[in-house]
Design a protein around this ligand. Structure first.
Ligand code: PGA
Length: 250
């Protein structure tokens, strides 16, 4: 597999994981030690962030957060800032995940502010976009994703500080995935839009696919040109499943 960009496979644990889950982190780290051709990251819930970052020191697994507030600090009960994520040892933060867009009414402007906050704190922003099933069926997938990109990508993006994840909402946690042709077409479209919006940054920025990625379909999906890795939910919770995905790069 010849690649222009170094692939990365990121596990999004969502609201799953207790202290005992550190064992899965360590098993993941053990498996990742044998895989040199891609980066591996786990984004646990905020309660586990600092502990995971500490345990993962000296391994090839990086740790990130699932969300952050745009402000550096202040009266925002229950929120955490990008600076807190960095302070806890996180290297990246997911922003604009469709579950936050849907459950918390987050729009593009807020997602952009969160991505800017990530950059301010020296973190990589993992910016998520994706259409609903209705939008795809109506033929609007590209226009929806294009609009999300133009609204959510801050001026501050570089190839190093930003990763874009395409996650069709209808593929998340459902076991369904778009066809390989549809994934390839959307990734090509996203790269063209990023090029129009931010010029040269587009050739280096990594584009991940997310939505029901599993060991059984990882090879085909990760082989698509312009797919630079995966954002994995359910299958990242068990090291044996997760490693079955990133081992595609061993
Ligand atoms: P899934 O979730 O792999 O469980 O479909 C992906 C995601 O929401 O990031």
């Amino acid at each position: 597999m010849s690649r222009d960009r170094r692939p990365i496979v990121i596990g999004n644990w969502k609201m799953n994981g207790l202290g005992a889950s550190g064992a899965e982190l360590m098993a993941t780290a053990e498996a990742a030690a044998g895989v040199s051709a891609c980066d591996v990251m786990i984004c646990p819930p905020a309660t586990l962030l600092a502990g995971f970052a500490e345990s993962a020191k000296g391994t090839s697994v990086a740790v990130g957060a699932q969300d952050c507030h745009p402000a550096e600090s202040g009266a925002h009960t229950g929120d955490i800032s990008a600076e807190m994520v960095a302070d806890a040892g996180g290297r990246a933060v997911i922003v604009g995940h469709s579950e936050r867009r849907a459950d918390h009414g987050e729009g593009d402007e807020l997602v952009r502010a969160k991505a800017e906050a990530a950059h301010r704190a020296g973190l990589t922003a993992i910016i998520c976009v994706g259409e609903t099933e209705h939008q795809r069926d109506s033929g609007d997938a590209e226009s929806v994703v294009g609009e999300q990109l133009s609204g959510s990508l801050p001026q501050s993006i570089t190839a190093e500080n930003t990763i874009i994840a395409y996650e069709p909402v209808w593929a998340i946690g459902t076991g369904r995935t778009p066809t390989l042709e549809d994934i390839e077409a959307m990734h090509g479209f996203i790269r063209r839009v990023v090029s129009e919006l931010r010029g040269d940054v587009s050739t280096g920025v990594r584009l991940l696919y997310g939505g029901s990625v599993k060991p059984g379909n990882a090879k085909d999906i990760l082989n698509i040109s312009d797919v630079d890795g995966a954002l994995v939910g359910g299958a990242s919770l068990k090291a044996s499943d997760f490693s079955g995905i990133f081992s595609v790069f061993s």
